[in-house]
Design a protein around this ligand. Structure first.
Ligand SMILES: Cc1ncc(COP(=O)(O)O)c(C=O)c1O
Length: 398
C-alpha cells in the first residue's frame, strides 16, 4: 500500500505514522512550505483558488500544504471528515465561538475550563451580545437542561478538564440535540479518546501541548464535519489566527511519536498519583486513573489512557504551593503540559490567575492546588523528586 494512503482498519498508533502524507511527494519527513503566497498561471486559476475552501496553493492564510498535512493527520486520528489548524488553542476556540455565534445567541459552557476559554466566554461573549450559561459539567444532565431551544448555538465542554481533571460524559454530550457540541480534548490527545465517536460535533486541541509535544510550537486544531469546518474557515481567514507552517510541521512530527510519549507519560502520572495519595503533605489527589477519582468508571469507559496529568491539593495553602513548586529539581516549574519535561504549575497564580476568588472557590482551585504534567524522564526520578520536595515542605517531616 502506498504510504500516502491510510487505512481505517489499522491501529491508531500506526495511522499516526502514516497520516498526513497525501501531498508529501516522495519526502519521508513533512515538507516545510514556508511560503506566504503562490504563483498562479492565469487569472482564472487564481480566481478558482481564491474561492476554494480547500485551496492550499493560493495564499497561506487561506491554506498551506504543510498545515494541510497536519490537519489531515488530526482528522484521521479523530475519525472526522476534516480538521482546521489555528495559531493556537485559543485561536481555535475563539474561531469556534466568534465564527459560529452571533449577537442574541446562547452558549452553554462547562464551568470547569481552561482559564483562557473561561475568560473568552465571560468577557468577549457579553461584548458581542452572546449569552453564556455555565454549568457543572460533571452533573448528569446539566448541559442538556441548560439548552434553550432555538437559541443555544454551542455547548462547550473540556474533558479531562482544567485543572482538577474532571471527566465529562462524552456520550451524554454527543447526544444533545439542537446546538453544536464542542469538546476541548487537549488533555486526552487524539490517542487518548475520540469524542467524535460519541457524537460530539467539534473536537478542539491545543496542539501546543502533547500533540506537538516538545514545547516548540504554538498551534491549535479543530476536527469535525466538512460542513462545520467550512463555516469556521469562512471566519478563520478573516480572523487571521491561522497556523504557521513551521508550527504545523512540528505538530505533525509530534503526531508521529505521540503514542509512545503518551504511554510513558501515563505510566509516570499513574505512579506519581499513587505516591501522592499516600503522602502526608497532600490533602487530595485528582487523577482519572485512580479508583478514588469521582469519574473513574466513566473515564475507564471512554478513554484509552488516563493521560499524563495529575492535580493535587497540598495541605498548607499558598505557602505550601509556592514552596513545593520552587523546591522541585528534576521537575520544572512552567505553565504548559504534554512535553518531554515534567512540569508543575500553580493554577491559582497562572492558568486561572484572572479569576475572582469566588470563582476559584467554585472551581475548587485552592492556593495549595498544583497541576503536574508528566514528561519523558525516568518515572522513578520524577516520583523521587516530587516526594523529596513534599518531604521538604511538610512541617511534620522536619
Ligand atoms: C485545555 C486547554 N485548552 C486550550 C488551551 C489554550 O491553548 P493555547 O495555549 O495553544 O492557545 C490550553 C492552554 O493551556 C489548555 O490547557
Amino acid at each position: 500500500m502506498p504510504s500516502n494512503e491510510t487505512d481505517k482498519a489499522l491501529h491508531a498508533r500506526t495511522r499516526a505514522i502514516r497520516a498526513g502524507r497525501a501531498d508529501n511527494q516522495n519526502a519521508l519527513a513533512p515538507i516545510l512550505w514556508a511560503t506566504s503566497t503562490f504563483t498562479a498561471a492565469s487569472v482564472a486559476e487564481a480566481r478558482d483558488l481564491a474561492v476554494d475552501t480547500h485551496s492550499t496553493r493560493f495564499y497561506t492564510r487561506y491554506g498551506n500544504p504543510t498545515v494541510k498535512a497536519f490537519e489531515d493527520a488530526v482528522a484521521d486520528l479523530e475519525g472526522t471528515e476534516s480538521a482546521r489548524a489555528f495559531a493556537s488553542g485559543m485561536g481555535a476556540l475563539s474561531a469556534i465561538v466568534l465564527g459560529l455565534c452571533s449577537s442574541g445567541d446562547h452558549i452553554v459552557a462547562q464551568r470547569q475550563l481552561y482559564g483562557g476559554t473561561q475568560l473568552l466566554l465571560q468577557t468577549a461573549c457579553p461584548r458581542f451580545g452572546i449569552e453564556v450559561t455555565f454549568v457543572d459539567g460533571t452533573e448528569p444532565g446539566a448541559f442538556a437542561e441548560a439548552v434553550i431551544a432555538g437559541r443555544t448555538m454551542l455547548v462547550i465542554a473540556e474533558s479531562p478538564a482544567n485543572p482538577r481533571l474532571d471527566v465529562i460524559d462524552l456520550a451524554a454530550l454527543g447526544a444533545i440535540e439542537g446546538p453544536m457540541t464542542v469538546l476541548d480534548s487537549t488533555f486526552a490527545t487524539p490517542l487518548g479518546q475520540r469524542p467524535a465517536e460519541f457524537g460530539v460535533d467539534l473536537v478542539v486541541h491545543s496542539a501546543t501541548k502533547a500533540i506537538a509535544g516538545h514545547n516548540d510550537a504554538t498551534i491549535g486544531v479543530v476536527a469535525g464535519s466538512e460542513e462545520l469546518l467550512e463555516w469556521l474557515w469562512n471566519y478563520a481567514v478573516l480572523h487571521g489566527a491561522v497556523a504557521s507552517p513551521f508550527d504545523a510541521m512540528n505538530a505533525l512530527r509530534g503526531i508521529r511519536t505521540l503514542a509512545v510519549r503518551l504511554r510513558q507519560q501515563t505510566d509516570t502520572a499513574a505512579a506519581l498519583a499513587d505516591a501522592l495519595a499516600g503522602h502526608r503533605a497532600v490533602e487530595a489527589v485528582y487523577y482519572p486513573g485512580l479508583a478514588s477519582h469521582p469519574q473513574h468508571e466513566l473515564a475507564a469507559g471512554q478513554m484509552d489512557l488516563a493521560g499524563g496529568l495529575v492535580t493535587f491539593d497540598l495541605k498548607g495553602g499558598y505557602e505550601a504551593g509556592r514552596a513545593f513548586t520552587e523546591e522541585v529539581r528534576v521537575v520544572q516549574f512552567a505553565t504548559s503540559l504534554g512535553g518531554p519535561e515534567s512540569l508543575v504549575t500553580h493554577p491559582a497564580s497562572t492558568t486561572h490567575v484572572s479569576l475572582m476568588p469566588a470563582e476559584l472557590e467554585t472551581l475548587c482551585i485552592g492556593q495549595g492546588t498544583v497541576r503536574f504534567s508528566a514528561g519523558l524522564e525516568h518515572t522513578d526520578d520524577v516520583v523521587a523528586d516530587v516526594v523529596r520536595a513534599l518531604d521538604r515542605i511538610d512541617p511534620s517531616a522536619r
